[in-house]
Design a binder for this molecule. Structure first.
Ligand SMILES: [Zn+2]
Length: 139
């Protein structure tokens, strides 16, 4: 399994979140990212497990180092311009209209976007809040 593709994506995502936070630095202060939600289409070619692993690597040493990565999968959908049929494409995608046997246009499933970024509130953190992802020692 190659994770090069996912690593490039993870690095781009980390980069994007970091620069967004820099832009609003005044409000964000020393805020760190608690969780990050990505919307990933099932036809985007991204393997969620590989992305999850790559994110851990890309986030090291950044404000996202302790962030939990949440992935929302978006199903592939297609629409027939001819008869208006709107349907899930399935995996692997079937793009032939079941009604009139024409090729349908893809309307969803190729998403790869940042859906949500939740910041760790510095005020709460100073109050002794335990981050969700904190490691629990065990035998
Ligand atoms: Zn049709």
């Amino acid at each position: 399994m190659s994770t090069v593709h996912e690593l490039a994506i993870a690095m781009a995502v980390v980069d994007q979140v970091e620069s967004a936070l820099r832009e609003q630095e005044a409000e964000a202060g020393d805020a760190r990212v608690r969780s990050l939600t990505l919307r990933v289409g099932e036809l985007s070619g991204v393997v969620p497990e590989a992305l999850d692993f790559s994110f851990g690597v890309a986030a090291q040493g950044t404000v996202l180092a302790d962030a939990r990565l949440l992935i929302e999968t978006v199903e592939g959908r297609a629409r027939c311009e001819e008869c208006g049929r709107d349907t899930a494409t399935g995996m692997p995608p079937d793009l032939w209209c079941g009604g009139c046997s024409r090729a349908m246009s893809l309307t969803g499933g190729r998403e790869l976007e940042i859906a949500r970024v939740v910041l760790d509130d510095p005020e709460i953190r100073r109050g002794g809040d335990v981050p969700e992802a904190s490691h629990v020692p065990h035998r």
